[in-house]
Structure formats: C-alpha cells, structure tokens
Design a protein around this ligand. Structure first.
Ligand code: FAD
Length: 655
C-alpha cells in the first residue's frame, strides 16, 4: 500500500470537476456535503458499497485538512482509527503515510487500552486523502457550497416523515437529485470565529460558514432540535524562534507501529521520525490570562467547549496555581512551525504573544498564526437512528462534528458508517448497525443516538464496557468480515487478508491448546519461568502463554514443528492468551446485550399512552428519544430496570 506513488495534488485538482456545470450527471445515489474527516470517509464508503456518489465541498484544496492538531489516534481514538481501517476507511492508511512521530500511548497498561498515535505531516495527510478520493470508482468530487437541502413535505402515509430529494448549490439555479444526502458540515453550521473582542462569521479561519439556507432547512422545515457548542485552536509558533534546549525532548517509538492492518511498515523510516518537546506554563501565563479576561469574548460565553481538550484560559481558571503541560509538536517534515498542544486560546493576538513568552523555551517565540475560537450549531443526535439517519427525514444522514462530537477520529468513524448506510438506503437494502459489544464505533453511535450530548463528545476507553474484547489488535477480526459480508463497505482485498489472518490465528490457537503437559514437564521445557501448581493436572500452551514472562517466541522455540509457522502473529497470540479469561467472563453479558439489541422497539409506539406500568417521567424520555432497540432503552438516563422489564413484557407479548 505504502509504495503506491501518489499523484501530486495539483494534477488531482485538474481532474476533478470544479463547478457543478461540469458534472456528468445531475442525479446521484448519494450526495455527501463537506470534505472534512466525516465527509471524506462517508463519500469513499458510499462509493465502495456501490452507490454513484457525489462529494460537494466548499474548497477542494481543503479536503483532508487537519483543522487543529496535526495528529491522529491516541487513547480511545486510536481504537477508532483501527476500526475505521478494518472497515476499509481511509484515515489509518493516511496516518501511516503522513506519520512523522509514532508512539503507543498508555503502554504501562494492558494492550486493550493502548492508544496508537501519530504526529502527522499536514501536507502529506492531505495529499493521501485527496489522492485516494480521486482513485475511488463511482465517486465524483465537486467544489461548491450547498445552499439548500431539498426535501418533500411529510408523506400522508407516514406522518411526520419528510424525504430528502437532493441539494441546491449557492449561485446556481438548478438542483442535483439524490436518494440520500449525508451532511458533514463540521464547525461550519452558523459558525462564528472569535479572537479577542472581535467575532466574525466563519467555519474555520479562512473559510466562510455554511449558508444560512442550510440552517434554515434543518431548523424551520425539518424542525430539528439544534444546540450550540464551541472549540478553539492554539497559535502556530515559528520553530526557529523557540529555544528547544530549554524543553524536554520526547523521542518517538523506535519501531513505529502502523495503524493499518494492510501495512507492515510506515512510510516514514524509524530514523527519520521527528521528536516532540515538552515544556510547562508558569505563574506568568496565569497572570496574562487573568489580566486579559475582559478582552476575551469567547471565554466569557456560556456555550460548552471540549472538557478534555480545554483552552489555556479554562485550564488556568479551573486549576489556579498549577503548572500545565505544553507539548511542542512538529507540523511536518519541511514545516518550520510548531503546534503548541495545550495552548488553545482566544485572547487578542498581542496578548497571545505576551502569554507564550512566559513559557520556558518560548521567551523569544514568534507567532505565525494566532489562536482563535469557533462556535457552531450542532443537531441533537438523539434525533438520529443507529444508522445515523434523521428519524423524521428519509434519506438524510448526519455525521461528524454536526452531531456534537469533537475530533477527527470521531468524525471519520461516523462518516464511514453514515456513508455506508446512505448508500444502502439509496440502493434499497436494509440498514446495518454496529453494536457496542463489537466496536468502539458502535459505542460512539449508541452514546450519541441514545444519550445525546451536552458538551463536545470525545471517545475514551472507559466508555466501552467490553474494552478487553474491543482491542486495537483485533479490530480486523471484529469488523472486516462483517464489513464485507453484511455492510458491503469492505473490499475483496481486505476481506481476503482478514480471512487469512482469522484462519491462521484459529490454527495457531488450536495448536497452542493441543500442547498439553504436566506442570513438571512445562517447568523442564521453560527453565527460569515460575509455573505455579494448578488444580488441573495438565496445562496447555494457551494456559502457559498467559504467564507474564512467557512469550510466543519461547514456545515456538520449544515446539518449532507446531508453532514456528505462526511467528508473524506472535504479539497477537500473546494478547489473545492474556485476555482470554476476561473475554470468557464477558461472554454471557455480551450475549445478553446482543439479545436485547436484536429486540427492536417499533418506531410508531405511543409511549405516552402505552398500557403498561411506566412512570410519566419514563414515558416522556422514551417518547423523546424513541430508542430503536430494547438495549438502547436500557442505556437511557432515567430509565429504571423495572421500566425495562415492563417494556420487555410488552414487546414480547405484542411483538
Ligand atoms: P470538518 O473537518 O469541519 O469539515 C467540514 C467540511 O464541510 C469542510 O470541508 C467545509 O468546507 C465543508 N462544508 C461546510 N459547509 C458546507 C456547505 N454548505 N457546502 C459544502 N461544503 C461545506 N478537535 C479536537 O479533537 N480537539 C481540538 O482541540 C479541536 N479544536 C478545533 C479548533 C478549531 C478552530 C476547529 C475548526 C476544529 C477543532 N477541532 C478539534 C475539531 C476537528 O477539527 C473536528 O472534530 C473535525 O475536523 C470534524 O470533522 P468534520 O468532518 O465533522 O468537519
């Protein structure tokens, strides 16, 4: 994969249509609006499923832009990248191509919660995504701003249900039709940018917000509940102006681990990786924040921002007197800028300069581009089905920041799933769902559509109840086969590879289980390893591999005729062995949840007058959220176990 030569971005730009007048057709199966992280995955997935797809975005050259931090993955987010890759998405391979500093976060904990992460070269990431989209069959990319969503009036046979029929672009009087539309407008919906005391309309610096017409359709015609959130980005710092000798050097992993299951190495050679640097805030930083609060209108607003990626103003005000970390991260191989992670700020530019110069190593630092904040509308995601389709509008799908999430990985994951289901809707095949028992993407979507958001949502490993089963190492086994057989978004190449891996792992596990010996004999075979007495007289290779100091390589040395052909999978087999007891213990609970997930709740059920014993509060919650399954109802806040039993009885009796 990585040896593929990428076409230069400028030749790509010549090949795509720049204006709707050049489009070969005025009718598509799927139209994706927005070329950010959600939109690119949605468009590529819809095309892979087999739909004629159009991606319309404001500026083609910003496709694949990293609006904020030049990095991918991390704890919880890395799991999402692995799953997106397992479903044949783009971002994992893009990360392997663009990564310039790879590290596995959380290494001191178990492999289930390791966080694969890479610092990225912004330019390379963009090139990869643009090049991939260009070479995707059935996908057309066009530049334009979508002014209006075309929808029918509610169908008298299905009251309350609109149907999407296409889009209309700004400055263009004809429309483009489609069976489904995926909206992925990110921070652009009624977006406003903030710096100091000024605010101006914008979705991102240098980019106009989404047109008012789009907001109007969502609010006034479709009557969707809309909320408002905010986020911010730090100033970019001129690298040469920083005295890096006063900071702590943080080298990357010496052996970079690729994100993609299709890659055995990263594009960047281990020795070519760039380091990051760590420095800290000082009391001077806190002083500048406090002195300039009256000049900072973004921070004075009540709108909720990302709690786990707060601005420096929020950090200082919440934790006065503390020293806060500031990571200085490279922006690219040839870039002369540094990204100061932890210093998102919205004060006036001269105050930003004063603030950063209070930080060790940055006393003479220069700002290339000041930090700023953005506030934007989002659609309350409880109005969506698990396929990410708007419940009240057939064929309309939403993905990414528009659903109240924050982060590239969260956006990309939703995009892939919304694009897959939008294509299935257009091709008249039933939607597919991902359960929270089988993937982090399932957890993300279930949290959004069942619980909604009150602040920007980001993924954590703690959100996944079955994280010992949902590991980064086994995402291909969990999802690539399903993605091929059930969802249709996985290519034959990836399916064949996942099948090969699955069969080999099964054979290897069978061989390990077949190696049965007494404790005494194992002690003779593995001198130096303390193998404790157990109740069972025979221990298998699988049991022994669970010991902390036993590696698969050791066992393969002792039994080369049985195990040496599986050396390629040594780390995966070790992880399988370590987690086997946890996974076995979870099995019953997973099966129970899967049974509940399979129990659909009719969407037209009248909860307010349902003839079962439910409190008024529970009825109102169920009526508002309309969970699609009993499992989803179980996870709603305010729903009691007694209410679930009564609902279960009702469904069993009437279903
Ligand atoms: P975006 O990447 O925003 O893409 C939206 C796309 O839609 C754009 O290409 C836009 O041009 C296009 N578009 C919009 N309206 C229309 C229209 N009407 N017609 C055609 N095209 C349209 N994430 C973090 O995890 N941590 C952070 O600290 C953080 N800080 C951020 C700071 C700023 C200033 C910004 C802008 C974003 C920040 N993010 C942060 C969020 C991160 O960038 C997003 O989560 C991610 O990019 C969302 O992806 P998306 O695809 O939903 O939207």
């Amino acid at each position: 994969m990585l040896t593929k030569k990428l076409p230069p971005v400028h030749s790509f730009l010549l090949l795509v249509s720049r204006h709707v007048g050049h489009l070969a057709r005025q009718q598509y199966d799927v139209i994706v609006v927005g070329g950010g992280h959600a939109g690119t995955e949605a468009a590529a997935a819809a095309a892979r499923v087999g739909a004629e797809t159009l991606l319309v975005t404001q500026k083609i050259h910003t496709i694949g832009v990293l609006s904020c931090n030049p990095s991918l993955g991390g704890v919880g987010k890395g799991q999402l990248v692995k799953e997106i890759d397992a479903l044949d998405g783009l971002c994992g391979r893009a990360g392997d191509y663009a990564g310039i500093h790879f590290s596995i976060l959380n290494r001191r904990k178990g492999p289930a919660v390791w966080g694969p992460r890479a610092q990225l070269d912004r330019q390379r990431y963009r090139e990869f995504i643009q090049s991939e989209l260009l070479s995707t069959p059935r996908l057309t990319v066009s530049e334009g701003s979508v002014e209006e969503l075309l929808v029918t009036e509610p169908n008298p046979e299905e009251p309350g249900k609109h149907r999407v029929t296409g889009i209309r672009l700004a400055n263009c009087d004809h429309s483009i039709s489609a069976s489904s539309v995926v909206l992925t407008t990110g921070t652009f919906l009624s977006g406003s940018l903030f710096m100091g005391q000024t605010s101006s309309p914008g979705g991102r610096i240098g980019d106009a917000p989404s047109s008012a017409g789009l907001s109007h359709t969502l609010r006034e015609r479709l009557r969707l509940k809309i909320g408002r959130l905010r986020t911010g980005t730090p100033p970019r710092i001129v690298k040469d102006s920083v005295d890096l000798s006063l900071t702590q050097l943080h080298p990357p992993d010496s052996h970079p681990t690729p994100f993609s299951f299709l890659n055995t190495r990263t594009y960047c050679k281990p020795e070519e990786q760039l380091p990051c640097y760590l420095t800290y805030t000082t009391p001077g930083v806190e002083r500048v924040v406090r002195e300039s609060l009256h000049l900072n209108c973004h921070i004075q607003q009540d709108t909720k921002g990302p709690r786990y990626c707060p601005s420096i103003e929020s950090r200082v005000l919440r934790f006065p007197g503390r020293k806060h970390q500031v990571w200085l991260e490279p922006e690219g191989v040839t870039s002369d800028l540094l990204y100061p992670q932890g210093l998102s700020m919205t004060m006036p530019p001269d105050t930003q300069l004063r603030l950063i110069r209070e930080i060790p190593g940055m006393h003479k630092a220069e700002i290339h581009t000041p930090g700023y904040g953005v506030q934007y509308d989002f659609v309350c995601p409880t109005q969506l089905s698990p396929a990410l389709q708007v419940k009240s509008t057939q064929g309309l799908f939403l993905a990414g920041q528009i659903n109240g999430t924050t982060g590239y990985e969260e956006a990309a994951a939703q995009g892939l799933w919304a694009g897959t289901n939008a294509a299935r809707w257009a091709l008249s095949v039933p939607p597919v769902a991902l359960s929270r028992t089988e993937s982090y993407i399932g957890v993300l979507i279930d949290d959004l559509v069942s619980r909604g958001v009150t602040e920007p949502y980001r993924m954590f490993t703690s959100r996944a109840e079955f994280r010992t089963s949902l590991r980064p190492d086994n995402a291909d086994l969990r999802l690539s086969l399903k993605g091929w057989k059930e969802a249709g978004c996985v290519s034959s190449l990836r399916y064949q590879e996942a099948l090969r891996v699955k069969n080999s792992l099964q054979d290897a596990l069978a061989s390990l289980r077949a190696l049965g010996m007494s404790t005494t004999n194992w002690r003779k075979k593995l001198p130096g390893i303390h193998i404790s007495e157990t109740k069972s007289s025979i221990l298998t290779g699988m049991d022994v591999l669970q010991y902390k100091d036993v590696t698969f390589e050791m066992l393969a040395n002792v039994f080369p005729e049985h195990l040496s052909s599986y050396m390629e999978f040594s780390q995966r087999l070790k992880i399988e062995a370590v987690y086997k007891p946890h996974c076995d213990a979870n099995k019953k609970e997973i099966e129970r949840i899967q049974r509940e997930e399979n129990m659909s709740l009719p969407q037209d059920i009248d909860y307010l007058s349902l003839p079962v014993s439910l409190s008024q509060e529970v009825r109102e919650i169920l009526d508002r959220v309309r969970p699609s399954t009993l499992g989803a109802a179980t996870r709603l806040e305010g729903i009691t176990p007694a209410a679930i039993v009564n609902l279960l009885n009702y469904v069993n009796f009437n279903g």
